[in-house]
Design a protein around this ligand. Structure first.
Ligand SMILES: Cc1ncc(COP(=O)(O)O)c(C=O)c1O
Length: 422
């Protein structure tokens, strides 16, 4: 995004063009920024550990156009559900390019996951006998909760540690791999997902050490080699203006040093090092373009836009901060106002005391930053409001990559029994 003479451009496309062509609210993604984010991170890790690969956690932004960009860059896919495995299939990806890290799986999930031939990453040791009733996966990985997690977004998204629902307890790791070996599995991986939006470069080496000590002991004692070790996602981005970002080179260097040190300590054969971020690639490359529809002066001034909790759920879900710009007014003096969407819930009053340009008025276009991860995918139809459109920009070009929902989506699949339709 750039602001030129107070006018906002996404790559080289004016936001007025987006609003006029596609309406509002619309999610917009900058292709070149996604590619640059990926390349910066990949170069950093590859520099310090050659056998390195990223798997893109498609849950963060599941538009196939976006996933194709990351596939072109060389990423595999991290799938959280069978339907995400099917999305990967639509990208032309399967087998060991896809990692299935579901949790609390049903038998049907297990059966379909196995049939698809992707890498199975089990969230709990109790899943192993259930998986084995359907077949024996070629490669098996366990998701390990190394006992510690962290997130800049708060406790809500801390994916590891005692309060998290995910992963094997550290005390179960040895028994889990022993049981898998006993069952005749010969190819192993290991996984964790301890952080979410962490911008402290030291953190990643710290959690790597926790995982590697668990894996190291299991590998040594059971005499098994790991083909890959996946350190999860969690590479953070700054959401607030002036918040420091993650020093990716520093994070990668420290992770690789720790990783190699632990391989040596436990005498493990060097496996592939993997990570499965998403926010770092798409988060700051995505924007929400909306419009001011009403302004009211009550206890305070409240600016109402078509960007509500139904379109961007993160503020209501996690108390997350998203910065907002008003097109054509960024040089004006500011004044604190509240901001809300159009949903009949007070959690839709999603920003309070926000400094907006004082001349902000009905019809103005607003741009919400850092909306490219966990944005569209969490939108929903509450109050009969429909999901927005998604657009990709590249230079001066813009492409519709998902249509705005129409009214028919509200009733699709609904059946009214005959006796009620009289
Ligand atoms: C298993 C797993 N892997 C990867 C990710 C991606 O995380 P992030 O977007 O923070 O990099 C998530 C996000 O929740 C996840 O649950």
């Amino acid at each position: 995004m750039r602001i030129d003479n107070q006018h906002i451009f996404l790559e080289d496309v004016p936001v007025t063009t987006i609003a006029d062509t596609y309406g509002t609210p619309t999610y917009v993604y900058e292709e070149n920024r996604i590619r640059n984010n990926f390349r910066r991170a990949f170069a950093a890790f590859k520099k310090y550990y050659d056998d390195f690969r990223f798997f893109y956690a498609i849950k963060a932004c599941n538009n196939l156009a976006i996933a194709h960009i990351l596939k072109q860059e060389g990423a595999g896919i991290d799938a959280a559900s069978v339907n995400e495995i099917l999305l990967a299939k639509q990208l032309g990806m399967g087998g060991e390019d896809v990692m299935f890290s579901g949790n609390f799986l049903s038998d049907e999930d297990i059966r379909q996951g196995l049939d698809s031939g992707v890498i199975f990453n089990l969230d709990d040791v109790s899943l192993l006998p259930r998986v084995l009733t359907f077949g024996k996966p070629d490669v098996l990985s366990f998701r390990i909760n190394p006992g510690y997690g962290r997130s800049n977004v708060g406790d809500f998204v801390t994916n590891a540690g005692p309060k998290a629902k995910f992963g094997l307890h550290p005390d179960q790791v040895l028994d889990a791999y022993a049981a898998a070996k006993e069952a005749g599995i010969t190819r192993f991986g290991a996984h964790m997902m301890p952080g979410s939006c962490v911008t402290d470069a030291d953190y990643f080496a710290f959690v790597t050490e926790l995982l590697m000590d668990l894996i190291g002991r299991a590998g040594k004692e059971l005499k098994i080699d790991f083909e890959f070790i996946d350190l999860g996602g969690g590479l953070g981005i700054p959401y607030k203006p002036h918040e420091p970002g993650l020093h990716i080179e520093e994070a990668a260097k420290k992770v690789a040093i720790m990783f190699k040190e632990k391989l040596d300590e436990y005498g493990l054969r060097p496996p592939r090092l993997m990570m499965e971020p998403a926010r770092y690639f798409t988060g700051d490359a995505g924007y929400l373009v909306g419009r001011v529809h009403a302004i009211k002066d009550s206890y305070t001034r409240i600016v109402g836009t078509d960007i509500g909790m139904n379109v961007l759920a993160r503020p209501a879900m996690y108390d997350a901060y998203h910065h907002i710009y008003v097109n054509g007014r960024e040089d004006e003096p500011r004044k604190p106002v509240g901001l809300c969407g159009q949903i009949c819930e007070n959690t839709d009053y999603w920003a309070r005391d926000r400094e907006l340009p004082e001349g902000t008025q009905i019809g103005d276009i607003v741009v919400v930053e850092n909306a490219g991860a966990y944005g569209y995918v969490m939108s929903y139809q509450y109050n009969g409001r429909l999901r927005p459109a998604e657009v990709l920009v590249n230079g001066r070009e813009h492409y519709l990559i998902r249509e705005r929902e129409g009214f028919e989506e509200l009733t699709r699949g609904v059946h009214v029994p005959e006796h009620l339709a009289l």
